[in-house]
Design a protein around this ligand. Structure first.
Ligand SMILES: N[C@@H](CCC(=O)N[C@@H](CS)C(=O)NCC(=O)O)C(=O)O
Length: 202
């Protein structure tokens, strides 16, 4: 199978984490896609131009991190990363969607910052910065939840991808002054799948 990615996309990163965590590195080739480029050859592979994008061995294709991760996690018949939203009286769904919400907001901020300075919206930048700070406060309160402290799952993968993406995009200090989140993030960053998928610095 081929998994089209960029090395900076947090959505592609969680799919790459699943590949490593589920021992699929021999079966899934990571292919770098050229996104956001006029007439990129990648648009012939995936018309939407987004990553991650999976091309299965049978030729079937899948876009979107949630779909791809669910598929990859279930390949061995023992899914353990994509937990049911209803787990622990819906606590898992609440945690995973809040973690994805951080990634989504930071992605909007970073896209805005990529525009020429005179085209950037200060309103959007402020709105996303304030959202990210509120979510960081939320995570400082929630990070002790057993589902965030136990075996790795998609909520944890999304949160560490969101924190790293926020730090790379310099949106705000999301960990500073939030000691529980700092300890949690330090532990996550020691995991092999997190270390191996970190975006190149610079
Ligand atoms: N909901 C999608 C979001 C994917 C997404 O927005 N990917 C961005 C990279 S972070 C992308 O491919 N951007 C290229 C473009 O907008 O053309 C997912 O979870 O996979």
């Amino acid at each position: 199978m081929k998994l089209y990615c960029t090395l900076t996309s947090p959505y592609a990163r969680v799919a790459r984490m699943v590949v490593i965590e589920k021992g699929l590195s021999d079966r899934v080739e990571i292919v770098k896609a050229q996104t956001r480029t006029e007439s990129s050859p990648y648009y012939k592979v995936n018309p939407s131009g987004r990553v991650p994008f999976l091309v299965r061995d049978d030729g079937q294709t899948m876009e979107d991190s949630q779909l791809i991760c669910t598929y990859l996690d279930g390949l061995d018949g023992r899914p353990r990363l994509m937990l049911p939203f209803s787990q622990q009286d819906w606590a898992y769904g609440r945690l995973e969607t809040y973690a994805r919400s951080l990634v989504d907001g930071v992605a909007v901020y970073i896209r805005e910052m990529r525009r020429p300075e005179n085209e950037r919206s200060p309103t959007i930048l402020r709105h996303e910065t304030e959202r990210a700070v509120r979510l960081a406060d939320y995570w400082e309160r929630q990070i002790g939840h057993p589902l965030m402290q136990g075996p790795v799952n998609m909520a944890q993968m999304l949160l560490i991808a969101g924190l790293d993406f926020g730090a790379a995009g310099k949106i705000a200090e999301l960990e500073k002054g939030r000691p529980k989140l700092v300890i949690w993030a330090r532990r996550l960053r020691e995991m092999a799948c997190v270390r191996a998928t970190a975006a190149p610095s610079g």
